[in-house]
Design a protein around this ligand. Structure first.
Ligand SMILES: [Zn+2]
Length: 120
């Protein structure tokens, strides 16, 4: 890359790439090591067993969410590279700046997000 050309970037206050790369690295680390480091259950009650099952289910859900979010973050970085970052992948309109600031990897404008209905 090289010279910083403000016309080539979405007018975010900060470089979204830094936030995206940091988030990607964080998610990769989480996905790689698994979310859980469960505390050993020393009080073997039924409640503890039940809560362990609950935690396993929650961890699976978290891991699934992490995988999905990692894919979204990587896609956003790819869009930065392509120069399409900040455009809705569905309708091609600009994604609202407030939305990108809140969710730098957002792939859809708010209208399309409602239609596709995924989280975020
Ligand atoms: Zn859209």
């Amino acid at each position: 890359m090289g010279a910083y050309d403000p016309r080539m970037t979405v007018p975010l206050g900060d470089d979204p790439r830094a936030a995206l790369v940091a988030e990607r690295d964080r998610l990769r680390a989480e996905v790689a090591e698994g979310i859980v480091a469960p505390e050993p259950m020393t009080y073997g009650s039924q409640a503890a067993a039940a809560s362990q099952v609950f935690e396993q289910q929650r961890d699976l859900a978290l891991r699934d969410r992490n995988d999905r979010q990692l894919a979204e973050v990587e896609a956003a970085i790819a869009r930065l590279d392509e120069g399409t970052y900040g455009m809705c992948v569905r309708c091609g309109r600009s994604i609202a700046l407030e939305r990108l600031e809140a969710l730098p990897w957002a792939a859809h404008c708010i209208d399309c997000q409602r239609i596709v209905g995924r989280g975020g």
